[in-house]
Design a protein around this ligand. Structure first.
Ligand code: ADP
Ligand code: MG
Length: 244
């Protein structure tokens, strides 16, 4: 691959005796959009959590933006600064307003002034189309709005890579589209994205490649066109039949 921003080589991850990732190898190009799908418990979350070192792997090598993740802890700050993550549960600070949620990281971790952080926060709130919600508290927003705030909060750190772990799974059906629209716009802007989702319409429209995982392994990787028209592995076929 010409310009990989993420390289995973033969990565294995154990929880005690249980092997959650088996010899996973995956390179992601700068600007690429990768969708990961697979049954519950197949290791999707574990894989992306290893990329920003929320989990530590035991074997193999992971390199993110030129930094190898077995390096000294000081480099982890660098990794986390480059890699934003959005979770199924929005993980906003409930006692802070939307604007305060967005300003916290840039002020503390990036050293922006209050005014700079505020300007940046309003810019990203505008980008996720809710600048009018800046002074509300998370509980006063719909789920879809909260998830858009969570995306804006990650973007305020100006990461090079965005990881999404089932970002629409906790949302009521009518709110899924507004979050996927924001993610589609982000993809069009050239952001490198890894998205764990079962939203196959989104995957088909936005993904450069789709990764199918089962039992801690990458079973199949291909373009949306290839995998949706002719999935190779029986396990992937079965999975697609269940969810489509
Ligand atoms: P997915 O996101 O595909 O549903 P996960 O990556 O969350 O799967 O989990 C993969 C497997 O690892 C599951 O069997 C899960 O129970 C196990 N696992 C995940 N996190 C932990 C943990 N912190 N301790 C023990 N087992 C875990
Ligand atoms: Mg998961």
């Amino acid at each position: 691959m010409a310009d990989p921003i993420i390289q995973m080589q033969n990565v294995s991850k154990f929880f005690g005796d249980f092997q959650a990732l088996r010899d996973v190898s995956l390179d992601v190009a700068n600007g690429e959009r990768v969708v990961i799908c697979g049954p519950s418990g197949s290791g999707k979350s574990t894989l992306i959590r290893c990329i920003n070192r929320l989990e530590a792997h035991e074997a193999g090598q992971i390199t993110v933006g030129g930094t190898t993740l077995t390096d000294a802890p000081v480099d982890l700050e660098k990794i986390r600064g480059q890699v934003g993550m959005v979770f199924q549960q929005f993980n906003l600070f409930p006692h802070l307003t939307v604007l305060e949620n967005l300003c916290l990281g840039p002020r503390r971790a990036l050293g922006l002034t209050d005014a700079q952080a505020r300007d940046r926060a309003l810019m990203y709130l505008t980008r996720v189309q809710i600048p009018d919600q800046a002074d509300k508290f998370p509980r006063q927003l719909s789920g879809g709005q909260q998830q858009r705030v969570a995306i804006a909060r990650s973007l305020c750190m100006e990461p090079r890579i965005m990881l999404f772990d089932e970002p629409t799974s906790a949302l009521d059906p009518e709110m899924i589209a507004e979050v996927l629209d924001v993610m589609t716009e982000l993809a069009a802007s050239g952001m490198t994205m890894i998205v764990v989702t079962h939203e196959m319409g989104f995957a088909r429209r936005v993904a450069d490649r789709i990764v199918f995982m089962d039992k801690g392994e990458i079973v199949e990787i291909g373009t949306p066109e290839a995998v949706f028209t002719a999935p190779k592995s029986p396990r992937f076929k079965t999975f697609l039949n269940q969810i489509l």
